[in-house]
Design a protein around this ligand. Structure first.
Ligand code: FE2
Length: 374
């Protein structure tokens, strides 16, 4: 197993050049209502739609966007579909992490040559706005990567989608781009997926945590962060570690019924404004004990923000050698205690908030206690 820590290796060709996250597709029970939620609560704008009216017979999808973050919300139109089976097994959750590439055929061929399991052979889709090439591979659980090559396309999203205006007045909350997306995998599988991203995708490991970093009295987890060549794509991979009680990763694997995306971290340039807005719109976040803020400045040193404001909103802070970051985690966004969002503001820091893990996990354990799943 490789344990390289440098971001990119000099003189090494990037076997999988990726421009950024293209979209994140969630399979949900009611895409129409989910689209309303992401518009009204999170401030995403309506972009595109496909359904019966556009000739889709098996699914309806809504595309919403905020700056560079594009979410696709998809529900089946009948029983017996792969989408319905996904929802039956996992509840609402992330099916597709789509990656924007210059050459979707080459990305597919390189990945499959190196051992990826094909999900979708390269296919060119066309409409009056041009053409898009997409291909796909399987990753952990029922999750897939789709490679999207869209430089010859001018439509609102993909061929088959039409522009959609919900008529709602949208108030964005300052979300800008996907900072990272975390996968939870089974005990003993983390290194397998680290090797997959290394050998199949050409990613490099930038950080690792073990149970000494991330443990509380009861629970522990291990995590390694994989990054692509240009650093725009970061995928931490978690696995549970032995603890006195069941870890949050075990709880996730139990309720998601397998590995999957644990959280989507989205970046903002003004986390105080973003969290004031989201809180006012009813989004609930994990909170840490007040003592966290009593010790905050001793731990992280001087920061631009007022501690009283951070305390009121429940925003966490951590520092590394490059700077500091502010972050906060939502409660799960669906009935099952599975996927949630992280809101993150980086002020130089390139890490993921290791210093907050203990306080955070204790907060999660309090929630697990309430759910009777600790
Ligand atoms: Fe995160």
């Amino acid at each position: 197993m490789h344990t390289k820590h440098e971001y990119t290796q000099k003189n090494t060709e990037d076997i999988m050049p990726i421009n950024g996250t293209d979209y994140v597709e969630l399979y949900v029970s009611n895409a129409r209502q989910a689209a309303y939620y992401y518009q009204s609560a999170f401030g995403f704008s309506p972009v595109a739609h496909t359904g019966l009216e556009t000739g889709s017979r098996d699914r309806e999808s809504y595309v919403v966007q905020q700056d560079k973050i594009r979410l696709v919300l998809t529900s089946p139109l009948r029983s017996g579909t792969e989408i319905g089976a996904h929802i039956e097994k996992h509840g609402d959750g992330v099916r597709v992490i789509a990656l924007w590439v210059d050459d979707a055929t080459r990305s597919f061929e390189e990945a499959v040559k190196r051992g990826a399991k094909p999900y979708m052979e390269p296919v060119t889709e066309e409409d009056e706005n041009g053409s898009v090439v997409r291909s796909g591979i399987h990753i952990y659980g029922d999750t897939v990567h789709i490679f999207v090559e869209r430089d010859r396309y001018n439509g609102p999203f993909l061929p088959g989608f039409e522009a959609w205006d919900s008529g709602m007045e949208i108030r964005p909350v300052g979300l800008m781009y996907v900072d990272h997306m975390v996968g939870n995998v089974e005990l003993g599988k983390m290194n397998e997926w680290v090797t997959f991203y290394d050998e199949v995708m050409g990613f490099k490991q930038i950080i690792s945590f073990d149970d000494k970093d991330i443990s509380t009295k009861y629970t522990a987890l291990m995590s390694k962060v994989m990054s692509n060549g240009n650093g725009r794509i970061k995928f931490p991979i978690n696995e549970p570690a032995e603890g006195l009680k069941r870890s949050q990763i075990d709880e996730y694997l139990d309720f998601y019924e397998g590995p999957g995306v644990q959280h989507v971290a989205v970046a903002t340039n003004d986390i105080i404004h973003t969290i004031e807005e989201l809180t006012a719109r009813g989004i609930q976040f994990l909170t840490v004990p007040d003592t966290y803020y009593d010790e905050l400045l001793d731990r992280v040193g001087e920061i631009d923000e007022e501690v009283a404001v951070l305390r009121k909103l429940g925003i966490l802070v951590d520092r590394d050698d490059e700077g500091y970051l502010l972050q906060i985690f939502s409660k799960p966004l669906q009935p099952r205690p599975t996927m949630f969002f992280e809101i993150i503001q980086r002020k130089g820091a390139i890490s993921f908030g290791k210093g907050n893990f203990k306080a955070l996990f204790e907060a999660i354990e309090r929630e697990q206690e309430l759910r009777g799943t600790l």
